[in-house]
Design a protein around this ligand. Structure first.
Ligand SMILES: [Fe+2]
Ligand SMILES: [Fe+2]
Length: 333
């Protein structure tokens, strides 16, 4: 462990005393208890069939949240063939689990914007969006899950990191930077120093927030190696995307040869998606390589103060700072 991390772990205090882990993190989950309106909406969306009339009435309990979910659904991130204007229409255009995940994302984005420092929030959503984008990309080629579900599962896969961020945004010494970098160094690091990890916290969070079952499975198990096809397809997709994103994070500021990136991608796809045909894997490899290389290049330009920023960063900036995209989506407002 680096001296920086040792220092970081020893410092956090709660009202004058050291944090007692993992209890302090389990207690932190209380701030994630859903509002009555969100509770009612997710409850209705978990019923089969969904009562659309009741859903419309329940949306009046938090019209701002409902409007944000509708804007998210209409954003370029989803690519609906025609715009929708109510939650009921969103259910018809997609499905109940997707609308439930949209509402939860918007609610969590708002909570994060109030309770997590802006730099940490930005890093969190940037990573989440990268995994979402790579998950959708992998899924487009592998055809394992509904595209929107692959995207949302990627977006919410690390939701268990949020209790770390809200707690440490409050109790870490002023001026301490890079909380997220320290926290996400590895799941082993979290277990060793906090006696829990973001998968365990995520599992608890999913129960509190009434996450759709498939997403909850991804949140709690995305660092476990699983065998395809006997495993769980959406989990394979997001786990593979997570591995790629972690590689991306590690090497963002380093000069990597194209050959090194291709070798890593080949190995990762083989581990997580061994059931793919050779042509499918080659096609996916080509897309991922282009995407990652572009993102690394754009990141290098932006960190050198150039005018360019990646599409990903732009999307995350909108998330974190409540700016509207071309279709009016701004979940952090
Ligand atoms: Fe993770
Ligand atoms: Fe992650």
């Amino acid at each position: 462990m680096s001296a920086r991390n040792q220092n970081f772990i020893s410092k956090p205090q709660v009202e004058g005393g050291p944090c007692d882990y993992p209890d302090a993190l389990f207690q932190e989950l209380h701030i994630f208890h859903p509002s009555p309106a969100l509770q009612q909406l997710t409850g209705l969306l978990s019923e089969t069939p969904v009562d659309l009339k009741k859903l419309g009435q329940a949306a009046q309990g938090d019209p701002t949240l409902a409007a944000e979910a509708v804007r998210f659904c209409n954003s370029s991130l989803f690519g609906l063939s025609r715009p929708i204007s109510t939650l009921e229409q969103a259910v018809v255009a997609t499905d109940a689990d997707i609308v439930r995940a949209l509402l939860l994302t918007c609610w969590l984005a708002k909570l994060t914007s109030h309770r997590v420092t802006a730099p940490e929030s930005r890093v969190f959503w940037k990573h989440s969006l990268l995994v979402a984008r790579v998950s959708r990309c992998i899924n487009d080629w592998a055809g394992l899950a509904q595209p929107e579900k692959a995207f949302l599962a990627g977006l919410l896969h690390d939701v268990g990191t949020l209790p770390f961020l809200t707690l440490l945004s409050r109790v870490a010494p002023p001026g301490k930077q890079n909380l997220h970098e320290n926290l996400t160094e590895s799941i082993d690091f979290q277990r060793l120093h906090f006696r829990t990890d973001h998968c365990e916290l995520g599992e608890r969070l999913c129960t509190i927030l009434n996450f759709p079952l498939l997403l909850a499975e991804v949140v709690s198990r995305h660092h476990q190696r699983i065998d395809f096809p006997s495993g769980f397809p959406l989990l394979s997709v997001v786990s593979c995307a997570e591995a790629i994103a972690q590689f991306h994070l590690l090497y963002t500021n380093q000069e990597l040869t194209e050959e090194a990136i291709v070798t890593f991608l080949q190995d990762t796809l083989q581990v997580w998606l061994p059931g793919q045909t050779h042509p499918a894997r080659l096609a996916l490899l080509a897309v991922l390589k282009t995407d990652l290389l572009a993102d690394l290049r754009d990141h290098g330009q932006s960190t050198r103060g150039g005018p360019h920023d990646s599409l990903l960063s732009t999307e995350v900036h909108s998330q974190a700072h409540g700016e509207a995209d071309a279709n009016g989506y701004s979940p952090g407002e």
